[in-house]
Design a protein around this ligand. Structure first.
Ligand SMILES: NC(=O)c1ccc[n+]([C@@H]2O[C@H](COP(=O)([O-])OP(=O)(O)OC[C@H]3O[C@@H](n4cnc5c(N)ncnc54)[C@H](O)[C@@H]3O)[C@@H](O)[C@H]2O)c1
Length: 235
């Protein structure tokens, strides 16, 4: 989904700096988008590393400032507490939760210096409702939901809006990885539980990210935007 978000923002004319631990995939995306005339820059980034975020600060300051921050990187784990080791727990919390904290800590000052802007944190429907299993994932995504509201309250006076996005089942490599960790029939189960009876396309989430990033949502902050084909409305 991150590549799709990068593309939609760059197509609006933004200079987009994006990061990932997967350097090959990042460079491939950078080449493809630049070939399409878009102004994008890939930077290796482990969102759980404070040193990596410090490096990002230099890159975005060189790029002329920062008005939009999308915290999208994430990992999923479908297991419940009894099957989740402490190392697995720490990995999910480090990437999904600590990653957002480090992003705020290092980049809010740059956004403030740039005159304000918009932050979009990618949570999940599992940051709003529980699920069978998913103990570390729901812990991390529930945290992102409330960290978003605290950040909205804290940085609103600086002209910085902060909102969260809550995707349901979106067709990406993560969804395939997730389904592989669930019992047979989970795919059909998700589809039956989704009123629109299909998985979402990454571009459908990117359109919502663009709305929250743009001035079209200028009086929206601390809000939860659910993009799930009705999945949790029907629960
Ligand atoms: N796909 C879904 O159905 C779904 C549903 C709800 C929420 N989400 C959330 O949407 C976001 C994007 O998910 P996706 O489906 O595109 O997943 P994905 O697994 O397809 O992509 C996630 C990306 O994050 C990168 N990443 C992992 N750990 C990282 C780290 N420490 N630092 C930097 N990058 C790292 C991976 O290399 C990968 O490129 C995640 O936060 C995920 O939790 C996805």
């Amino acid at each position: 989904m991150g590549a799709s978000h990068v593309e939609i923002l760059a197509r609006q004319g933004a200079t987009v700096v994006f990061g990932d631990v997967d350097v090959d995939a990042g460079r491939d995306a950078e080449d493809r988008l630049r070939d399409n005339g878009l102004d994008v820059r890939f930077q290796r980034l482990d969102v759980a590393s404070s040193q990596d975020w410090t490096d990002v600060v230099h890159v975005v300051r060189e790029a002329g400032g920062l008005h939009v921050l999308i915290n999208n990187a994430g990992v999923v784990d479908t297991r419940g507490a009894e099957d989740t080791g402490e190392g697995d727990w720490a990995r999910v919390i480090d990437v999904n939760q600590k990653g957002v904290y480090l992003a705020l800590r290092t980049l809010v000052p740059v956004i403030r210096d740039s005159g304000g802007g918009s932050i979009v944190n990618v949570s999940s429907v599992y940051g709003l409702v529980g699920a069978v299993g998913y103990i570390a994932y729901t812990a991390s995504k529930g945290a992102v939901t409330l960290m978003t509201k605290s950040a909205a309250a804290t940085y609103g006076p600086d002209g910085i809006r902060v909102n969260s996005i809550h995707p349901g089942a979106i067709q990406t490599p993560m969804l395939e990885h997730e389904l592989a960790g669930l019992p047979a029939g989970a795919r059909d189960g998700f589809l039956e539980a989704t009123p629109l009876r299909r998985f979402g396309d990454p571009a459908e989430v990117s359109a919502c990210v663009l709305f929250l990033a743009s001035d079209e949502s200028s009086f929206v902050t601390g809000a939860e935007l659910v993009v799930d084909g009705g999945l949790i409305a029907a629960r």
